[in-house]
Design a protein around this ligand. Structure first.
Ligand SMILES: Nc1nc2c(ncn2[C@@H]2O[C@H](COP(=O)(O)OP(=O)(O)OP(=O)(O)O)[C@@H](O)[C@H]2O)c(=O)[nH]1
Ligand SMILES: [Mg+2]
Length: 731
């Protein structure tokens, strides 16, 4: 039997013993060494040969990943680790660090119970370190810390032994400060990282060694040894006497929770709207393999042979080939599993059955999308939806190169949207010009590249353009919208929604999913008056619709059409046909024709749509543009160019920190000004800058530029150059 086959056998054996399972994610800022660590852990566990680990990037199996040297997709792998004479099953997900793929981290954090947070000892914590930590804590995922690239700290920065320990201590303090700031309760209850307690390890993923306080105690190896072996470049000795795999996986087994413990704590967090004493509730809390199957789909990928593969965390029940499942929120047709397996890097391995507490890879869930709740029960309360931290900020238009591919492209685009929930796809079957919006240039480049490479559709792609939004700056109303036959009239009032409320909507704290009474209380607490709180009828994006009318006949049966008109208007505002956000609308009066024939869709929808569009103009329609936080670290002498880089791009510098002989500049700039930033920074600082970006929401386009930007968008979209007047909608 091959080593690999044997390993698979042991993995399947352990799957049914939750006490001995650890589901973990490897998370960090870009390039801090996640994949190198993951590869070497695999090698250490005997899954791949030690020679190829770290060099071949087994986990980065995609050719694009290898060519670019970055991780694009999360990959899952399972391995067995012996600790204290017992075997443990480690289900591990290596996540990408590039911000454009942050959605992958969000999804992975739903599937796991613990995280190994990596920090590069030389760079220290970076913006993305903070983001991934926040994502982990929000999902109730417990962190341990691995400070990586200690070899660089010693050999490149030439620190002495004392300085080395000071620097490592600083990294721990910084991460602790972040954890404390994000969840003080967890921090106080044992999530504080503490080298003495073994929740921190140090080492070099590349050279395959690590050290922790518990390991120092048991092996007798000291910091002094580490320092000496490093300076004499005796990495082999370290790898042999203080092996990465043992130190890190011991830390994982000892400090990160098994699914039994984790689910007790996490189910109330990730299934907030569910009822704990239902069959499924009890079963998930107990991680019971005999209960109903409850699966949260966290990833969908496409396999040329098997078709769509859904990966997700199984919180209860057991999956087998043939298991009949339902996907919540769909038409509730039976989805029969055709294969059940686990992922081992690029390979998928089929298993007989897969019990609760593991990460499953199944085929046959044709109705599922990423984020779906799947169960053998016909009905169950869905898991909390996955919240992504960034929003699409850039769009490309794609067209099929060959006419014959037109229908296929539409299918492929739907597939793309299904696989990656951070992508927004707009299909225009009339013009054949479809839009893909994503997190950034790289994200779109990868997606469009794969359409040609993996799906076999040749496409022509436009250069990326920035996604804008529209919102109002004041109030308006009542605005009257008349139906084409003039028999129906709708009166609305508009006002902007305050940023704190918008945030609550984004965080799902204000949501139509809440039971009515609970929703009312939440709204009152957020500052809405009682009457309004009672009458919220819909939320779309970050817009709200209230029905403040009383006793209007037929309005109930017409409300769906009213909302449809409202949604259509929000999809493209009057200024630049961009999505409208943060607008509160109150329906204050309605006049309806008594004959249903005269108040059908063709009458109601345009009436409401024009009222909303006119209202948005009257309330001061403005354009918002996406912003990014920039953090640039440079040697002192390049500080001037770094601040210049930000300020020269309509940016603001709002923090400068110096540490030793390096300087970190933090600022904010519009995405529209950041095309080509990478190249410019490199040349302005002779390649000495380390920098990163992060989504920072939407800000108003400066008044002085508004007209120019709007005109350009309108031209690009083939709209009339003249911006419409309210009267154009109200005639
Ligand atoms: N000197 C040194 N280099 C390392 C170490 N760990 C990783 N590297 C190097 O750092 C670079 C990035 O490593 P990866 O493992 O791809 O980093 P990553 O975090 O997976 O990157 P993304 O997935 O793109 O975010 C590679 O060139 C590695 O060889 C280490 O311990 N010491
Ligand atoms: Mg990687």
């Amino acid at each position: 039997m091959t080593r690999r086959k044997k390993m698979v056998e042991r993995v399947t054996e352990l799957m049914g013993t939750p006490e001995r399972i650890r589901n973990i994610g490897i998370v960090a800022h870009i390039d801090h060494g996640k994949t190198t660590l993951s590869d070497n852990l695999l090698a250490g566990a005997g899954m791949i040969s030690e020679e190829i680990a770290g060099k071949a990037c087994w986990m980065d199996s995609d050719e694009e990943e290898q060519a670019r040297g970055i991780t694009i997709d999360s990959s899952n792998v399972s391995m067995v680790h012996s600790y204290d004479n017992q075997e443990y099953l480690i289900n591990m997900i290596d996540t990408p660090g590039h911000v454009d793929f942050g959605g992958d981290v969000t999804r992975a954090m739903r599937a796991v119970d613990g995280a190994v947070v990596l920090v590069d000892a030389v760079e220290g914590t970076m913006p993305q370190t903070e983001t991934v930590l926040r994502q982990a804590l929000k999902e109730g995922v417990k962190p341990v810390l691995f400070v990586n690239k200690v070899d660089r700290l010693i050999n490149e920065l030439k620190v002495d032994e004392v300085e080395m320990q000071i620097r490592l201590g600083k990294v721990i303090d910084k991460v602790n400060k972040l954890i404390k700031g994000m969840n003080e309760e967890a921090y106080k209850n044992g999530w504080k990282l503490d080298a003495a307690k073994g929740t921190v390890a140090f080492g070099s993923a590349l050279y395959n060694w690590a050290i922790s306080v518990p390991y120092m105690k048991s092996s007798g190896i000291t910091f002094k040894d580490i320092y000496e072996k490093c300076t004499t470049n005796d990495m082999k000795w370290l790898g042999k006497n203080s092996p990465l795999c043992e130190v890190v996986l011991d830390m994982v087994v000892r400090n990160l929770p098994n699914p039994l413990d984790a689910q007790k704590r996490r189910v109330p967090i990730i299934w907030q709207h569910g009822t704990p004493d239902t069959t499924e509730g009890k079963s998930m809390l107990a991680c019971d393999p005999n209960g109903p199957a409850c699966l949260m789909v966290t990833d969908i990928s496409f396999d040329p042979h098997a078709g769509e593969v859904s990966t997700g965390r199984l919180f209860s029940g057991t999956l087998k080939r043939g298991t009949e499942c339902y996907v919540m929120g769909t038409a509730l047709k039976v989805n029969r599993l055709t294969q059940v397996g686990i992922f081992m890097g690029a390979e998928r391995i089929e298993v007989e059955s897969l019990p609760a507490g593991n990460i499953a890879a199944v085929t046959g869930l044709k109705d599922a999308i990423v984020g779906s709740t799947v169960s053998t029960l016909r009905e169950m309360t869905p898991f909390e939806s996955l919240k992504h931290y960034s929003e699409p900020v850039m769009t490309v238009a794609v067209e099929a190169k060959n006419m014959k591919d037109l229908p296929k492209l539409v299918t492929v685009l739907r597939q793309v949207a299904k696989e990656d929930p951070t992508v927004k796809v707009t299909i225009d079957e009339e013009t054949g010009e479809h839009l893909i919006s994503g997190m950034g240039e790289l994200h779109l480049e990868i997606i469009t590249g794969r359409i040609a490479r993996d799906k076999g559709v040749e496409i022509v792609t436009s250069p990326p353009i920035v996604v804008y939004r529209e919102t109002i700056s004041g109030t308006a109303g009542p605005v009257e919208g008349k139906s084409p036959n003039r028999h129906n009239r709708f009166y609305i009032e508009l006002e902007p929604i305050a940023p704190e409320i918008v945030q609550k909507i984004k965080d799902n704290e204000i949501s139509m999913d809440l039971p009515q009474l609970e929703r009312r209380d939440v709204l009152i607490e957020a500052g809405f008056d009682k009457d309004e709180a009672k009458n919220l009828v819909a939320i779309e994006g970050t817009n709200m619709f209230f029905d403040m009318t009383k006793g209007i006949q037929y309005l109930n049966e017409t409300m769906e059409l009213v909302l449809e008109g409202w949604r259509e208007a929000l999809a493209g505002g009057p200024l630049a046909d961009e999505q409208v956000q943060n607008v509160k609308i109150k329906l204050v009066d309605v006049k309806l024709h008594e004959d249903a024939i005269h108040r059908g869709p063709a009458q109601v929808i345009p009436a409401v749509r024009s009222a909303v569009k006119a209202g948005v103009l009257l309330a001061g329609d403005t354009l918002l543009e996406p912003m990014q936080i920039l953090q640039i670290t440079v040697p002192q002498e390049h500080m001037g160019s770094a601040t210049g880089m930000v300020q020269g791009r309509r940016g603001q510098v709002y923090d400068m920190k110096s540490e030793g002989d390096t300087m970190t500049v933090v600022g904010k700039a519009p995405v529209a000004e950041l095309f080509g930033f990478a190249g410019d920074v490199r040349s302005a600082t002779e390649g000495r800058a380390m920098w990163s970006t992060e989504f920072a929401g939407f800000d108003m386009v400066p008044a002085g530029m508004l007209k120019e930007v709007v005109t350009e968008i309108r031209k690009r979209k083939g709209l009339k150059e003249q911006i419409p007047e309210p009267a154009d909608y109200l005639a």
